[in-house]
Ligand binder design. Structure first.
Ligand SMILES: [Zn+2]
Length: 101
């Protein structure tokens, strides 16, 4: 079990090899597994298992470009990002996630 590096905390900027740049929204547990939630700049919040995230996430280099938002990834209700849930062809931000999906 890898310990998260000390810089991997809420608010830290990160780079993921597939999803690009983002910002750590939360570090905690989901279903008892250490998890890091990242608001990726392309527009979506993703939960990553910490044991994989520690190998995948890097700190951005100084002056490096941020990943561009994908125009199609935004809340159906308000148009904001990050999208926290996609289901049945819909997508929502944290504020507008329906109670039953
Ligand atoms: Zn919304």
């Amino acid at each position: 079990m890898s310990e998260p590096p000390p810089w991997l905390v809420e608010g830290a900027d990160v780079v993921h090899p597939t999803h690009g740049t983002g910002t750590v929204a939360r570090v905690g547990e989901e279903r008892r597994l250490p998890t890091v939630w990242v608001d990726f700049d392309y527009g979506e919040r993703r939960a990553l298992a910490m044991r994989y995230a520690v190998d995948l996430l890097r700190r951005p280099q100084a002056g490096s470009q941020r990943t561009r938002p994908k125009p199609a990834v935004r809340c159906d209700q308000c148009g904001r990002r990050p999208v926290v849930l996609r289901a049945e062809g819909h997508q929502w931000c944290e504020e507008h996630v329906p109670q039953e999906v």
